[in-house]
Design a binder for this molecule. Structure first.
Ligand SMILES: [Zn+2]
Length: 274
């Protein structure tokens, strides 16, 4: 047998399809039905809600729409990343080191609540992307942002620490750097199950009285840049303003939206923005 086949059969025992989907942040878009996961296909990024099926017992996946095919965890990673087998092996080996195989009982628990990740990671504040965004190392350190060097969920990303509105750390978001990955999955990745709609990035850092107003910007970099010139700002981690976020914003009478370079001042937050 070819050595790589041996390596793959070993890796397949260590890493399940479910672990890969969790690491990629797509598990939340799938519905668990018995021993199956069903949802839109993360391989071709379709939106048919039943296109993609994972048989958890057999650890096999299949896409009934555009992919018209499926396979094991190796085939899943190969097709999601459009990469050759040695790279798939490296990815699975890295994932095997950082994420233990979920116990069956745990796997069956539906919609478990988000478990905050409170460990502090070592991040490099001198990441070129940060410099590009106009964020010096000192600011990056203050915001706990920087390049993550290890394997796993944040591999190859610039990470930023996330907090709940009271300032408790709840995990990290990753800004992807690989152009191909960005094309396929977007710039940002968030821990699966993260309650994005209950967070305003940067909210807990606002030390000035809220009466003085607040800028709402599109991304965390904007919050960091404005902090450097003493302007309190928060960012949405998505495109919708949720009820919880509106509640947080209601505590300030003056909000300046700085989205897409447009600037407008409003007295009351709208129920949602597109
Ligand atoms: Zn597909």
């Amino acid at each position: 047998m070819h050595p790589s086949h041996l390596a793959f059969s070993h890796l397949k025992r260590l890493v399940s399809i479910e672990q890969v989907l969790t690491a990629r942040g797509v598990i939340a878009s799938l519905t668990r039905r018995g021993q199956r996961l069903i949802g839109p296909c993360p391989v071709h990024h379709g939106d048919h809600p039943q296109a993609f099926v994972v048989d958890l017992a057999k650890d096999l996946w299949y896409c009934f729409t555009r992919c018209r095919g499926g396979g094991d965890v190796v085939e899943l990673v190969r097709r999601m990343d459009h990469c050759p087998y040695p790279e798939v092996a490296r990815y699975l080996a890295a994932l095997a080191r950082v994420s233990p195989t979920p116990a069956r009982a745990k796997a069956r628990r539906p919609n478990r609540a988000y478990q905050p990740y409170t460990k502090t990671l070592r991040l490099d504040p001198h990441a070129p992307l940060l410099a590009q965004k106009g964020i010096p190392a000192q600011t990056a350190r203050h915001f706990q942002a920087g390049a993550y060097q290890g394997p796993g969920f944040l591999e190859g990303c610039v990470a930023i620490r996330l907090h709940d509105p009271d300032g408790r750390p709840i995990g990290y978001a990753g800004r992807r750097l690989d152009p191909q990955q960005i094309r396929h999955y977007g710039k940002w990745k968030f821990p699966p199950g993260l309650p994005k709609r209950e967070i305003l990035y940067g909210f807990h850092r606002i030390t000035s009285p809220l009466q003085q107003g607040l800028a709402v910007v599109e991304c965390p970099w904007g919050v960091m840049r404005l902090a450097q010139i003493g302007i309190p700002a928060v960012a949405l981690l998505g495109i919708h303003l949720s009820r919880t976020q509106v509640q947080l914003l209601r505590r300030t009478p003056r909000i300046v939206l700085m989205l897409d370079g447009e600037r407008r001042s409003i007295r009351q937050p709208p129920d949602s923005i597109p």
